[in-house]
Design a protein around this ligand. Structure first.
Ligand code: ZN
Length: 682
């Protein structure tokens, strides 16, 4: 999981690990069985090897990768499924206006390279004329307003156009959406690419300038080299105004409420009336400006820089934005810079790969409907919901027992638990695409219409009450989204598949794998990360200083426990660096175990393949973390990752009494911890 504390938003890369059997049609007996264990290992000596030894012996890291785990397996499997669904839709020629027609025609048009080639640069001509007609600060501002994009969110550091908007509840008012205005306008990914004085980055800027010139050429722009140099210089000035990355680590710095009238005073240069009118939000009164320096700085540049320079900048970015549906030479130039130079890609990806990504980006929930109809039926959703309800019951029972939390803070935690919304699989209400026209043979028009559709859909939300059940992740993505503001978590259908979750499989394994993963994420709402947002997702600490001190004191033991793990002769785990995630693992394991017991309703679980329910629960947990990785990848993880290597995450069981009982682990076994050495934060 990746945590971006900075923003209200947290993305989760799928939590973790396990699966050797890729076959979708496994029979009932393998479905119910836990993954084969390594019988030569005693569970109490090395639980990770006991659970994963067999798999690790045969796992092969794919060429060009540095690691291989369950997430990689699920991502590959899901992307194959999505590819199949989209390509079938394209072949089917379904009824006009239907979801398969939109998905299929979007893909087919993107794949129709001869049609794209035949149109040349003509699709851009209308907008090029609008840019050419800019002759004043007002018309420049209006054009910039018309490009305001909504493809931003709390994780975006640089919107595609000079600014981006994210429509979300405000940091202080959970009832209403506000207009979160974000910095943007840089062609390279971030500020550092423009300002880093190192030789390497200076060389990159030279290459970027050549790329700008190459992109301008096919439109017949004269003197493209000189213009490219000026465009780069303008972007460097925009980058200077962008907030430094260190600001992004502090969400309190992003909470800058501005009223409409503040823009003219705090950010002169732009004609803000013209800007907001063209953006379609002339009557919007409340804004949250995430990076005031970027708004002030970019606006000043609108006032100070020559209109002709801005027009060249806009022409370049227009071509760049639509390169994927312009003639091959343009797309190839874009790949030469962003793919080869920037990302060190060895070869151009197949067109179909880009077409699938573009279809997902434009019609995410339409593809999601096709995906879930086939791979995640309502019964699967109902079974996950039942597990979530057990997890919530477990948290309700466990929070009052916490020793480090004061009675007053526990009240607040329980209130926050009560308002937490958890979405699983797919949304109850899908995005209504009925007004979006997708036309076969019109790749450019399809992108334009999809962008306009998404933009007006987002801006329309400004006039509606905040919808806590809105989905921010597509069901076909292997992942989850944890939002503190609003107080919601969403786990996609792509994530909820075997071996994490099997809708027809063994409950003990489901609770031990997906259940622990979900409980881990829920715990973040109540830990040091979640402490800065209240039950309604409003910004502000709700723990007392005493809670914080006691929490840290209790956590010290876990830091020491992980500091003692040394996977390489010269490197040990940094217990402090991985502490927050380790606490969440412990909370997740304990609470999901409570939930599993709760789900049995007093009946004993059956024995499957010689393993009790308790054993399968912990086994599935250890199998979550299996990963084959190169030593280089391991060293990188130890140095930078907030998550410990899988083996040690699996060893979280050492702190859990029920694991000792399940596997009869005793004094003398290598993983045995005396009762006083076990960590009891949760
Ligand atoms: Zn986490």
């Amino acid at each position: 999981m990746t945590i971006l504390r900075t923003a209200a938003l947290i993305t989760l890369l799928a939590c973790a690990v396990a699966l050797s059997d890729l076959a979708a049609d496994r029979n009932a007996s393998t479905r119910d069985a836990a993954q084969p264990v390594d019988p030569s290992i005693k569970p109490g000596d090395d639980f990770y090897q006991y659970a994963n030894g067999g798999w690790l012996k045969t796992a092969v890291i794919p060429e060009g990768q540095s690691s291989f785990d369950t997430r990689a397996i699920l991502a590959a499997r899901t992307s194959q499924r999505v590819r199949g669904l989209i390509q079938s839709a394209a072949a089917a020629h379904s009824a006009k206006g239907s979801i398969p027609q939109k998905v299929g025609d979007y893909y087919a048009s993107f794949m129709d390279e001869s049609s794209i080639e035949g149109k040349g640069m003509a699709p851009l001509s209308d907008e090029m004329c609008i840019i050419s007609a800019i002759n004043s600060k007002a018309s420049l501002s209006a054009y910039l307003g018309s490009t305001l994009n909504t493809e931003t969110d709390g994780l975006t550091g640089n919107a595609d156009h000079v600014f981006g908007v994210w429509v979300n509840q405000s940091f202080t008012d959970s009832e209403h959406y506000v207009f979160h205005l974000m910095q943007g306008g840089l062609g390279m990914p971030d500020r550092e690419a423009y300002l880093d004085p190192s030789e390497k980055m200076a060389a990159l800027r030279v290459q970027y300038q050549a790329h700008i010139a190459a992109m301008l050429k096919p439109t017949g722009v004269s003197d493209s080299e000189t213009k490219a140099a000026r465009i780069l210089a303008l972007e460097i000035r925009i980058a200077q105004a962008h907030a430094p990355d260190s600001d992004a680590a502090d969400v309190f710095k992003q909470n800058n409420p501005w009223k409409r009238a503040d823009f003219a005073v705090k950010a002169p240069g732009m004609d803000w009336d013209a800007y907001f009118k063209a953006a379609g939000v002339a009557d919007q009164s409340k804004f949250v400006v995430w990076q005031p320096s970027a708004v002030t700085g970019t606006s000043a540049l609108v006032g100070s820089e020559a209109i002709d320079l801005w027009k060249d900048y806009l022409r370049f970015h227009l071509i760049e934005h639509y390169a994927s549906v312009l003639p091959k030479a343009v797309a190839a130039e874009q790949f030469a810079f962003y793919g080869t130079i920037f990302s060190h890609a060895q070869q151009v990806p197949e067109r179909s790969q880009d077409a699938i990504a573009a279809t997902n980006a434009a019609l995410g929930q339409a593809v999601g409907q096709l995906y879930t109809e086939r791979y995640f039926p309502p019964e699967a959703k109902a079974r996950v919901q039942a597990m979530v309800s057990d997890l919530m019951a477990a948290y309700r029972a466990r929070i009052p027992t916490l020793t480090w939390m004061s009675a007053e803070t526990k009240e607040k935690a329980l209130a926050k638990l009560a308002t937490l919304r958890i979405g699983v699989g797919y949304p109850d209400t899908w995005i209504d695409y009925s007004t979006l026209q997708i036309v076969r043979g019109d790749a450019f028009g399809n992108i334009r219409r999809a962008e306009a559709f998404n933009r007006s859909r987002n801006l329309a939300k400004l006039k509606q009450p905040a919808d806590l059940d809105e989905w921010r992740i597509d069901p076909q993505i292997v992942g989850a989204i944890l939002l503190f503001s609003p107080n919601t978590e969403t786990f996609s259908a792509g994530l909820l598949q075997p071996p994490y979750f099997d809708s027809q499989g063994d409950a003990a394994s489901n609770y031990g794998s997906a259940g622990v993963g979900m409980a881990h994420e829920i715990s973040h709402s109540f830990d040091e990360l979640g402490n800065i947002y209240d039950a309604q997702g409003r910004l502000g600490n709700w723990w007392s200083a005493d809670d914080l001190a006691k929490y840290h004191a209790a956590a010290a033991k876990l830091v020491a426990q992980f500091n003692a793990y040394c996977p390489l002769a010269d490197v040990c785990v940094n217990g402090e660096q991985v502490l927050t995630e380790n606490i969440a693992d412990l909370a997740g394991l304990l609470t999901a175990h409570d939930a599993y017991i709760h789900s049995l309703k007093g009946k004993p679980d059956v024995v499957v393949n010689g393993l009790t329910g308790e054993q399968r629960f912990f086994l599935a947990f250890a199998q979550r973390w299996r990963r084959a990785q190169s030593e280089t990848a391991l060293r990188r993880q130890l140095k930078t990752d907030k998550h410990a290597p899988g083996e040690y995450r699996s060893d979280t069981v050492r702190n859990v009494e029920a694991w000792y009982k399940a596997y009869d682990v005793k004094l003398g076994d290598k993983l045995f911890l005396k009762a006083e050495d076990r960590v009891g934060i949760w």
